[in-house]
Ligand binder design. Sequence first.
Ligand code: KG4
Ligand code: ZN
Length: 337
Amino acid sequence: MILKKSPLILAIESSCDDTAAAVMRDGVLLSNCVASQTIHKEYGGVVPEVASRAHQANIVPVVEMALRQAGVEAKELTAIAFTRGPGLMGALLVGVSFAKAMALSLDIPMIEVNHIQAHVLAHFIEAPRPAFPFLCLTVSGGHTQLVLVEEALKMTVLGSTIDDAAGEAFDKTGKLLGLDYPAGPVIDKLAREGQPIYTFTEPNIADLDFSFSGLKTNILRFLQKEKRQNPNFIPENLADICASVQARIVSILLNKVEKAVAQTGATHIAIAGGVSANSGLREGLESLGTQKGWQVFVPKLAYCTDNAAMIAMTAHYKYLKGEFVGQDIVPLARYAY
Ligand code: KG4
Ligand code: ZN
């Protein structure tokens, strides 16, 4: 196998309910395609077996589309990257197996990528890019982390959730309110039409760790109490409930960011992951940044939720360092870095 200097990478993401593929040449994104699985709405959450089958159906057309949109032929590729984890084992297996087969047939190397690390590196796909070291709050459906990013591939976790992730707090609240999965974007939209008039608890968690399970119980008890007095409480006050829940989740997140800035002295502050698409969080961070004199980095919406561009970006850095893996690589449902 002869390693070509200029990387032309096909990246595949299949960790949860989005099948995505992207092509990147020399760090420049040429295409970014995603097939989102809407079928999970019917079940109120992602059903792993259903997700695996949908990935199998989607992966070939999504990869073909990514290559076509990039104007690249498979034989020109210099590496194949894939999400190794964390994620749903069956879903990851589809992407990993596909990448192995393609790398073997093209005789090119493979690069494995940590999905959470990739969410952070989504900030390097397009300008403006944060300068090292910077602080990143990664908030997704499965993870909530504060990391200090010292170099592209050198990140230190300063704090993380001890129970639910921020995205789960949105999704589980949505379930209590009878909203479709994933509820984050729905709550975000409804919150804009309401006022945060209800007060929910802020957990008292030491250091830079997070907790959202107490908030969920607090919301559940509040709704049960209100519904006893007025069975129509939820539909009649939905926008205000959403605005109040969102305001509390955002304040929990931003209070920890402030604490992390005080500890690290970082001045470049970024957010990443699906929940970084939340308008309350984006606006809250922007205004806090203006107040405190921080430079704030908020990713384009397409790079917040799961995508393969971020996998390609991470793979680009790994390619430059020669970090390749062999055919014996296995996916990891849990994958710390
Ligand atoms: O990063 P992501 O796409 O997948 C994971 O790696 O988990 O994150 C998905 C999460 C879901 O919990 C979804 O409800 C949440 O991101 N989300 C949002 C918004 N858009 C997506 N949460 C709040 N507001 C949004 N606008
Ligand atoms: Zn994600």
